[in-house]
Design a protein around this ligand. Sequence first.
Ligand SMILES: Nc1ncnc2c1ncn2[C@@H]1O[C@H](COP(=O)(O)OP(=O)(O)O)[C@@H](O)[C@H]1O
Ligand SMILES: [Mg+2]
Length: 235
Amino acid sequence: MILAVKDLNVAYGNILALHGVSFDVEEGEIVTLIGANGAGKSTSLRAISGLVRARGGKIMYHSQEITRTTAHNIVRMGIGHVPEGRKIFANLTVAENLEMGAYTRRDGLEAAFERVFKSFPRLKERLKQNAGTLSGGEQQMLAMGRALMATPKLLLLDEPSMGLSPILVQEIFSIIQEINRQGMTVLLVEQNAYMALQVATRAYVLETGRIVLSGTAAELRENPQVRAAYLGRAV
Ligand SMILES: Nc1ncnc2c1ncn2[C@@H]1O[C@H](COP(=O)(O)OP(=O)(O)O)[C@@H](O)[C@H]1O
Ligand SMILES: [Mg+2]
């Protein structure tokens, strides 16, 4: 098990955003958390990354407890986080954004750049360009590339498809699958349940801070509740 989240409670002020959330991720998997806006998907990822503190529960990474580990050390331990909305630095170049992702490394910068260019050749062509001038899809590639610069073992992806055209969504998801085939474990958070369930091995459904369903992606694709609430009639 690379990640195990157990009975996680997270609150913002007096409002509990996660109520005893438990899920796990095996090495090599793509696991997805699906759910509507406000369900607690981003909060789950932020808690794993140490960006918000758990009020209760436990987060284990490679059988080491990281519930109270600092965000900086969590990156060093091998967890990369691509935040919702990408959060790239618009006024820095593509190269500078990628270097920011490597801040925990002491060496191997060249090799890290090369690996990122292999997954995202388009970034190599735009290295000197300001990140703010990239298209939405390219900005998502940059945000993912930046996280990969630290050579994580586990990649947390927060709504990579948000705001992208269907063709770009396809492209981003095939890159996610390719990165996974090369050995990356992925925890993917999505409102786009249709796409997430296409690429994931297993899935959890989050509703108002609670896991209400879980299973293999195939099982959830066939589940009538999931179909009605998240997949619509098109599927
Ligand atoms: N910084 C914050 N301050 C207060 N409440 C927040 C904050 N971030 C999220 N919340 C609340 O926590 C709940 C879960 O939010 P979030 O994890 O962002 O959901 P999702 O990513 O599934 O859309 C929501 O009710 C949201 O309003
Ligand atoms: Mg979110």
